[in-house]
Write a protein that binds this ligand. Structure first.
Ligand code: KG4
Ligand code: ZN
Length: 329
């Protein structure tokens, strides 16, 4: 089966071709227009998707050496995401399947982050997945394919949002996560102890207090404090975010009794988080799965693999497929 995956939920337009031999292409066109606004501007995002989607799909087909008429099914992100952005991908996918008379499969973007773990590996069910992205932070008990229980989630900001917002306070460009990660590697995580919210209260997360705490901490310092201590500040913030993520992942694994854990979402590219999760897996003798970095951040290969898994279960959709903006579980 040859699957074309299409992703356009936020600010990346992506297309991927997946065959029985694996991922043949995964083209990602990231939108730089949002940098000067310090965050994604929904209207600009949908216009940019509109501009790039045809050439992104064309490139994905070209790189895979699979022709459009060899594609058997189109898998497309249905939600959650920005409504205008989702509509561009969905309408494009519908046009393709109509013209070729092939089936369409709507994919939940959050499921796709989890199933990105199945692109190169075959995690055993059941497992607990920590999904950490710019929009969501969730601990999910994945009992069987598409049988999920949310064990905990953020009550306010997502982990990626915390990296991005605190990075902005420190003067970094949007999205600040990758730069915070890079600078943190040269800094001292013990420079300042920032709060780790809700640490002993179940499996929910809260990151908005950390942002306020970072703001207060630097507010009354001398000129040049942030610039002179940027690496240490990034390391201490990263420490606070990743500690709480890993401690709750450990608790979730213990509570459910699973033998396998996984990471998913853009923040799982974070090196400090990866290190801590690897240590946890070693200590507790858990099998750990982490997608390679290009499958962690938003991409269409994860949409294609999820589409493949749904196709294997006979879960196809029709032209009535509609986008949804917020989480449906
Ligand atoms: O999954 P994703 O690509 O998009 C969403 O669905 O949100 O995640 C993007 C988020 C952004 O907040 C970005 O700053 C963060 O992932 N991110 C990172 C790193 N790489 C991406 N955060 C921390 N460290 C990284 N290396
Ligand atoms: Zn995402």
């Amino acid at each position: 089966m040859n699957i074309l995956g299409i992703e356009s939920s936020c600010d990346d337009t992506s297309a991927s071709v997946l065959t029985d031999e694996g991922v043949q292409s995964n083209v990602i066109a990231s939108q730089s227009i949002h940098v000067k606004f310090g965050g994604v501007v929904p209207e600009l995002a949908s216009r940019a998707h509109h501009k790039t989607i045809a050439q992104t799909v064309e490139q994905a087909l070209e790189e895979s050496s699979i022709a459009l008429d060899e594609i058997d099914v189109v898998a497309v992100t249905q939600g959650p995401g920005l409504m205008g952005s989702l509509l561009v991908g969905l309408c494009f996918a519908k046009g393709l399947v109509l013209s070729r008379d092939i089936p369409i499969i709507g994919v939940n973007h959050m499921d796709a982050h989890i199933y990105a773990n199945f692109i190169d590996e075959s995690p055993e069910f059941p497992f607990v997945c920590l999904t950490v992205s710019g929009g969501h932070t969730q601990l999910i008990h994945v009992k069987a394919p598409f049988e999920h229980e949310i064990l905990g989630q953020t009550r306010d900001d997502a982990a990626g949002e915390a990296f991005d917002k605190i990075g902005k306070i420190l003067g970094l460009e949007y999205p600040a996560g990758p730069m915070m990660d890079k600078l943190a590697r040269k800094g001292n995580p013990g420079f300042h102890k920032f709060p780790q919210a809700l640490l002993n209260e179940g499996l929910d997360f809260s990151f908005s207090g950390l942002k306020t705490s970072a703001l207060y901490f630097i507010q009354d310092k001398e000129d040049g404090f942030v610039e002179n201590n940027l690496n240490d500040l990034c390391a201490s913030i990263s420490e606070a975010i990743t500690e709480v993520l890993v401690k709750k992942l450990a608790k979730a694994a213990e509570q459910t009794g699973v033998k396998t854990i996984a990471l998913a979402g853009g923040v799982s590219a974070n090196s400090m988080l990866r290190e801590k999760v690897e240590k946890l897996a070693n200590k507790k003798e858990l099998k750990l799965h982490i997608p390679k970095i290009s499958y962690c951040t938003d991409n269409a290969a994860m949409i294609a693999i999820t589409g493949k898994m749904k196709a294997e279960l006979g879960q196809f959709d029709g032209m009535e497929l509609k986008p949804f903006a917020s989480l449906q579980n």
